[in-house]
Design a protein around this ligand. Sequence first.
Ligand SMILES: *Cc1c(COP(=O)(O)O)cnc(C)c1O
Length: 389
Amino acid sequence: MSKHIETKAIRTQIERTQFLEHSNPLYLTSSYVFEDAEDMRSSFADEKKRNIYSRYSNPNTSEFIEKVCIMEGAESGFAFASGMSAVFSTFAALLDSGDHIVSCQSIFGSSQTLFNNILPKWNITTQYFKSNEIEDLENLIQSNTKIIYAESPTNPAVDILDLARIGQIAKKHNLIFIVDNCFATPYLQQPLKFGADLVIHSATKLMDGQGRVLGGITVGHAELIQRIYLFSRNTGPALSPFNAWILSKSLETLPVRVEKHCENALKIASFLESHNQVNFVKYPFLTSHPQYKLARQQMKMGGNVVAFEVKGGIQAGIKFLNSIKILSLSANLGDTRTIVTHPASTTHAKIAEQDRLQTGITNGLIRISVGLEHTDDIIKDLNQALHMI
Ligand SMILES: *Cc1c(COP(=O)(O)O)cnc(C)c1O
C-alpha cells in the first residue's frame, strides 16, 4: 500500500461481499453466526479472530479502527460511542484503586470532571501541571503514578505542549503517556512518534467534521489496547456500526478538509491580529505564538482553532457573541460551520476567575473553530461583530 495518508484513508477497506460493492456497506447486525459447535467453541476461546457480537467488534467499526491505526502509526485500537467513553474506558481499564495520574491542567472539561469527581470514587487521584510549566511535571510524579495525560493544542487557549519532552519523562519513569489528539487529528500530528503510548480522539470533532455523529477511539500499543478491549467488551461502550460507517467515510476526506480548515484559520488569525478591537491573537502557526517554533516542529499545519482577546473584557465578549450573524454559537468544534464561543461567560463561567486566568482564559477571550465557509464571509461577520463592541 502507498505511504501517503490520503491514499490510505481512502483505500483501506474491509473485504467486499459477493455483490462486489464499490463503497463499503453498512453492517447493521448485533450478532454473527457459527458453522457448528466447534466453530463456536474456538471463536469464544479466542483461538480465531472473527466477529462474535457487535459489542466486541463489527465490520464497520473494524474498518474505522484500521484507518485510524494506519493514520496514527498505531498497532491496534478500539472504537467507542463518544470521545468521553474512550477517555473513561481507557483510564478505567488501565488503572487500579490507589493509582495516580499526572495531567496537563488545560484539558477538556469533562475529562477534568472525570479526574476530579468520578475517579476519586475508586481512590484514583490526579495532580495537574500547567501547559507552560512542563518542568513541574517531574516533581508531581509519585511512586503510585501510572499515567501522564496531555492535550496539544490545548482548549481553548491554544497552547502547545512539548510532546517529545513529556514522552522522554514518561519513559524515564516507566509511565503510560496518553495524548488526546482531537484538536490536531493524525493529519497534523502523530503523538506516538513523540513517545506517546496511546492516542485518544473524540471522533465527533474533525474526524466526522460535519457535526453529525458522536464517536471516540483509542489507538496505540497492542498490549495496552488488549486490556482496554477486554474491559470494553464486557462493559459495553462500543461505537455503533452506523456511526462507524459515517466516520470511516469521513476519514476519506480528512486530509483535504483539515488542510482547508487550517488555511482558513491562518487567514482568520492574520486578519484578527491586524484589528484594532483585538488585544492579542493566539494561533500556533502565527509567528507571534509563544511556542511557534515548537508548533512548527510538532505539527504539519496550525489546526482550525484560533483564540483571541477582544478589548473590553466580559461585557465586550458577550456583546461580540450577540452581534454575530452567520457564524454559530455552539458547543461543538471541528465542523464545516464556523463556531464562536466566549468561554468566560459560557463554558468556563463556573470556574473562579483566578483559576480561569491561570489556564489562559481571560475575560475577553473568544475561541473560533474555523469552518469551511469562504473566508471573506467569515471575516465579514467577525469584523461587523467587532465593530459592535
Ligand atoms: C469533545 C472533546 C472530547 C469529548 O468527546 P465527545 O465525543 O464529546 O464525548 C474530548 N476531548 C476533547 C479535546 C474534545 O474536544
